[in-house]
Design a protein. Structure first.
Length: 170
C-alpha cells in the first residue's frame, strides 16, 4: 500500500511541476470546507454563473455557464469557492451560492426512452435527446428515474452524465 501512495504522490508532483494544473482528488476524499465527499455532483442553481481561473473575484473569468440545472462535478473546495468540471472535463472556480445540491444529469446518448417501469420493453413516456438536462428523482443499480419537460420515466444509468455508476439515490 505504501508503494501505491508513493506512486500517486510522485504522479501528483510530476503534474504540478509540469504545469498541468491540479490533480484529481482521490475517491472518498472529504472537502476541507464542507466535509462532503470529493468529487461529488451538484447542479447550477443560477441561470448564469461566471467560471473563474481561481477561487476569488480577482481571478479572470474564463467563461460563463448559462444553463440552470446544468450538472457539474465539484473536484475541490476553497473558502466559498468550488472547483467544478462539466461533462466535457472543462471547468474552473464558481462561487458556492451559484450551485445547488439538486441532482441533475445530462443525456449522453443520441436519444433515450423514458420508460414507465425500469424494465426492458416497458411502454415509453417520452424520448430525450443528447444534451437534455433532466432532474434525478431516483437511481438504483442500473436504472434512474428522471423528470424533464413535464415527463418522467426510467432509463439506463449508463446513458447519463451526472451520476456515478455505483451510486444509489433514493
Amino acid at each position: 500500500m505504501a508503494v501505491t501512495v508513493k506512486k500517486a504522490t510522485l504522479a501528483v508532483a510530476a503534474m504540478l511541476v509540469a504545469g498541468l494544473g491540479h490533480a484529481a482528488p482521490a475517491q472518498d476524499t472529504l472537502g476541507p470546507v464542507t466535509h462532503l465527499p470529493l468529487p461529488r455532483f451538484v447542479s447550477m442553481k443560477a441561470s448564469e454563473g461566471n467560471v473563474r481561473r481561481g477561487p476569488s473575484l480577482g481571478h479572470r473569468i474564463d467563461w460563463v455557464y448559462r444553463l440552470k440545472d446544468l450538472p457539474l462535478q465539484i473536484t475541490a473546495e476553497h473558502g466559498h469557492w468550488r472547483r467544478v468540471e462539466d461533462r466535457d472535463g472543462l471547468g474552473g472556480w464558481v462561487h458556492y451560492s451559484l450551485l445547488s445540491g439538486v441532482r441533475t444529469v445530462m443525456i449522453e446518448e443520441d436519444e433515450i426512452a423514458l420508460l414507465m417501469k425500469p424494465v426492458e420493453g416497458s411502454p415509453e413516456n417520452a424520448r430525450l435527446r443528447r444534451g437534455v438536462v433532466a432532474r434525478i428523482e431516483q437511481c438504483g443499480v442500473e436504472w434512474c428515474r428522471l423528470r424533464a419537460g413535464g415527463y418522467g420515466g426510467w432509463t439506463h444509468k449508463t446513458a447519463l452524465w451526472g451520476v456515478e455508476p455505483t451510486e444509489i439515490i433514493e
